[in-house]
Design a protein around this ligand. Structure first.
Ligand code: AMP
Length: 284
C-alpha cells in the first residue's frame, strides 16, 4: 500500500499493481488487489501468499501473483459511507437487500436473476466466478464478455493515512474487519464507473454479511445475507447504458488505478426504517 501520494515526492514515486488469485480444482477461492510502492512489494507478497493458503474454502492448488508498474494517472477518491442494517436472519436480509436494489429503479425480475445466478454459482458450469456479473437493468441480460470469468475489478487500494483513518472510523461505527475495508475500496471504484448498484456476498462459508453499494446510498451491509456454510458467492454490477458503452465501462473497472485518499463518515448499525428515514432526509 502506498504511504501517501499527497506530496510531490510521493506523487512522482513509481506505483505497482500487485494482484493475487488462488484456485482449487479450477474453482476461484481467493483474490486480492494492491497498489503499492516497490519497497512494500516483498512483505505484501508474503502476506498475500499466507492469506491464499489459509482460506476458509480449502487449500488452493494454484496461486497466481502479478506485479505491474502503473503507468496511467491515478484517480484519487473519497470512500463511500458505510451503513449496516440490523436484520432478523437471512430471509429478512434478502428481502431488505432487494428493497434497496428496487430503490435504484432496478426491476424485480432483474434483481431475482442476480440473486439466483449468484446463489447457484454464476458461471455457466455453476461454479463461483473470479469476477462479477454485469447485468443490464433494462433488459436483465448479462453483459460480461466471458460469463465463466466475469469482470474482475483491479488496480484499487487505499493510501496508508486514509487506511488509519478508516480503522478509526470503523471502530466508531462498530464495524470491523479487513474484508469490509477491501470490499469498500472495490465498491467505491465500482460506483465511480457509473454502476447503478452493486450486490455482493462472499463465497467464504464463514462470512455471511453481504452488501449493496452505490453512489446514492453508499456501502450498505446486510448481516446473514447467506447461510453459514454456503460456499456460493459473487458480485453483480447493475449497468444502465448503451451496450456499446460496455467496453469502456469494463476498461475503467479493470485498468484505471484508483486510490482512496479520503474517508467519508459512516453510520452505526441501524434498523431498515432508520436507514430509510435518514436517506429520505438526504443524509445517506
Ligand atoms: P469475496 O468477497 O472475496 O469472497 O468475493 C466474492 C465474489 O466476488 C467472488 O466469488 C467473485 O465472484 C467476486 N469478486 C471477488 N473479487 C472481485 C473483483 N476484484 N472484481 C470483481 N468481482 C470480484
Amino acid at each position: 500500500m502506498v504511504k501517501s501520494f499527497n506530496d510531490n515526492y510521493n506523487r512522482n514515486q513509481t506505483a505497482f499493481s500487485l494482484r493475487m488469485r488462488a484456485s482449487m480444482d479450477g474453482m476461484h477461492i481467493s483474490g486480492a488487489e494492491r497498489i503499492l510502492s516497490e519497497d512494500k512489494l516483498p512483505s505484501e507478497l508474503v502476506s498475500l501468499f499466507n492469506r491464499a493458503i489459509n482460506h476458509g474454502i480449502g487449500t488452493p492448488d494454484e496461486i497466481y501473483f502479478s506485479v505491474e508498474e502503473i503507468k496511467e494517472d491515478i484517480l484519487f477518491a473519497g470512500s463511500l459511507p458505510i451503513s449496516t442494517i440490523l436484520t432478523e436472519g437471512s430471509e429478512d436480509s434478502r428481502r431488505k437487500t432487494k428493497e434497496l436494489l428496487k430503490l435504484h429503479n432496478i426491476s424485480e425480475k432483474t434483481i431475482s436473476k442476480a440473486f439466483n445466478d449468484i446463489s447457484k454459482g454464476a458461471s455457466p458450469d455453476s461454479k463461483n466466478m473470479r469476477g462479477a456479473i454485469v447485468i443490464d437493468i433494462d433488459t436483465g441480460e448479462r453483459l460480461e464478455p466471458d460469463p465463466y470469468r466475469g469482470v474482475r475489478v483491479s488496480r484499487m487500494d487505499i493510501c496508508e493515512e486514509a487506511e488509519d483513518t478508516l480503522s478509526i472510523e470503523m471502530k466508531r461505527i462498530d464495524t470491523e474487519g479487513l474484508r469490509v475495508k477491501e470490499a469498500l475500496i472495490l465498491a467505491t471504484k465500482v460506483s465511480m464507473a457509473g454502476t447503478v448498484a452493486e450486490l455482493c456476498w462472499s463465497d467464504n462459508p464463514d462470512y455471511t454479511t453481504g452488501y449493496v453499494a452505490s453512489k446514492r446510498y453508499g456501502y450498505v451491509r446486510f448481516p446473514d445475507l447467506k447461510k453459514k456454510g454456503d460456499i456460493k458467492g459473487g458480485r453483480a454490477f447493475f449497468f444502465k447504458g448503451q451496450v456499446s458503452d460496455i467496453y469502456s465501462y469494463i476498461n475503467f473497472l479493470q485498468k484505471r488505478p484508483v486510490l482512496i485518499e479520503r474517508v467519508t463518515q459512516g453510520f452505526r448499525p441501524c434498523t431498515w426504517e432508520e436507514f430509510l428515514s435518514r436517506t429520505r432526509r438526504d443524509e445517506i
